[in-house]
Write a protein that binds this ligand. Structure first.
Ligand SMILES: *[C@@H]1O[C@H](CO)[C@@H](O)[C@H](O)[C@H]1NC(C)=O
Ligand SMILES: *[C@@H]1O[C@H](CO)[C@@H](O)[C@H](O)[C@H]1NC(C)=O
Ligand SMILES: *[C@@H]1O[C@H](CO)[C@@H](O)[C@H](O)[C@H]1NC(C)=O
Length: 237
């Protein structure tokens, strides 16, 4: 009896033995291995790598694009030969229409100033206008212009066409002055050869040349001659 009482007393005493440690965890290396194998962590790391690669490619592409922005073509009318330009045969005066007989050949030099891009002309046409009225038209075949090179085209407009109000008024005035102000336009559809297998998008720059050509029937004007003229050219945009 006394023995049992002693045991109970003993259980009431606080226990001062060595602390009971929690079970020891797995070693650190194993923990890391398990973390890598965790699909979430893997996905996280892959996303980070892909993001860095995409940003790097973007920066390189931007730099390449900025460096390779093409310069606009340059164009000049170097020479113009007008052998015929006369207005006559007022067939229908009520409609103010008169027949223009013309024979004009111009020499246009087109410069590709780009060091890295050749120009592929998918379409190239020259149009001649007088007093805002179109009287001549020449189509050129597809062609390719190398890098940093100059190409000369010689559209030749000849035949006859009808001029109405504005054209006939300008003709009367300019015949007295001895020089005709003729507008030659080039319409083109081009692509730039960026790399061997890569073409740019299609551009449609217009070339606008305002030339002052001596009247072939006026010796004074012919003696004064034609002055080479620079054309206005649209940018590749
Ligand atoms: C005037 O019109 C007639 C027919 O209406 C035509 O035969 C003739 O060639 C025209 N003349 C000129 C200069 O256009
Ligand atoms: C136009 O003029 C050129 C000379 O500049 C001449 O050789 C040619 O035959 C002319 N064309 C026509 C259709 O009269
Ligand atoms: C011929 O041209 C000159 C100079 O361009 C001009 O002064 C003259 O009026 C013209 N002559 C005729 C007959 O149109």
């Amino acid at each position: 009896m006394a023995d049992r009482e002693h045991k109970v007393e003993h259980l009431d005493q606080p226990f001062y033995g060595p602390p009971v440690l929690p079970p020891v965890g797995p070693p650190a290396a194993a923990a890391r291995r398990r973390c890598v194998a965790d699909p979430y962590a893997l996905c996280c790391r892959a996303t980070r790598v892909v993001t860095i690669v995409v940003i790097a490619i973007g920066v390189v592409a931007l730099v390449l694009w900025l460096v390779s922005l093409p310069n606009a073509l340059k164009a000049y009318v170097d020479a113009a030969e007008l052998t015929r330009f006369d207005l006559g045969g007022n067939n229908d005066s009520s409609k103010q229409q008169q027949l223009l007989r013309y024979n004009l050949t111009v020499s246009v030099s087109i410069r590709n100033p780009n060091r890295d891009q050749a120009v592929l002309y998918r379409r190239l046409e020259a149009v001649a206008l007088y007093g805002g009225e179109r009287f001549g038209y020449v189509d050129f075949p597809r062609t390719r212009q190398g890098r940093k090179s100059t190409m000369v085209i010689r559209p030749s407009f000849s035949g006859q066409g009808v001029l109405t109000g504005a054209g006939t008024a300008a003709f009367g005035r300019e015949k007295k002055e001895g020089f005709f102000n003729i507008n030659v336009k080039l319409h083109m559809r081009v692509r730039l050869k960026v790399m061997i297998f890569v073409d740019s998008v299609e551009y449609r720059p217009d070339v606008d040349c305002y030339i002052r050509v001596p009247d072939p029937s006026n010796a004074t004007a012919v003696a004064l001659g034609f002055t080479a003229t620079r054309c206005r050219v649209d940018d590749f945009l």
